[in-house]
Design a protein. Structure first.
Length: 168
């Protein structure tokens, strides 16, 4: 398993669809973009920014329920990519794996301060390598790389990922 961290949420044109951006902490520093819904993006951003609500939102509530039963979130694993759909597990302190959407699992893990991991098999097929360069230092070749990557993203459609996987 490769440890990653949440780098943020981005909106990708043309539909302004939100994606959760995960980045490898060490090594090749690859990026993994996971499509998520707008409500999930809001919950993830709130978790990353440690926004406190007057009453717990769903993500906070799930964390509180786990804690009230004496458990804790040990780690979050983005476990698989099947037919264009990512899968994840919350791994609890007693070793129990709870299947969840990656956006929910990551938001719960962020709230719990738990590490986030992705298997090499998923990173190998779904990640991209980008070097971040200070805009003041970026040369024409870097600008062209970014433009090429953006044009590739513009051409991606839901049909590129095939049929949804069967229910687990």
């Amino acid at each position: 398993m490769v440890q990653v961290k949440v780098h943020g949420v981005a909106l990708l044109p043309p539909d302004e669809a939100p994606v959760m951006l995960l980045r490898e902490i060490e090594g090749r520093r690859r990026w993994l973009a996971v499509s998520i819904g707008a409500p999930e993006a809001t919950a993830l951003i709130a978790a990353c920014q440690r926004v406190e609500h007057p009453r717990p939102d769903t993500i906070e509530l799930i964390g509180q329920v786990i804690e009230s039963f004496g458990g804790r979130v040990q780690r979050v694993e983005v476990t698989a990519l099947e037919a264009g759909v990512f899968f994840a597990d919350l791994v609890l302190s007693d070793g129990v794996h709870v299947s969840a959407r990656p956006s929910d699992a990551v938001a719960i893990g962020v709230r719990a301060g738990a590490p986030l991991e992705v298997p090499e098999s998923v990173l190998g097929v779904a990640s991209v390598e980008l070097d971040l360069v200070d805009e003041d230092e970026a040369g024409p070749e870097v600008e062209q790389e970014v433009a090429d990557f953006r044009s590739q993203l513009d051409d991606v459609t839901a049909e590129d990922f095939g049929e949804p996987p069967p229910e687990r």
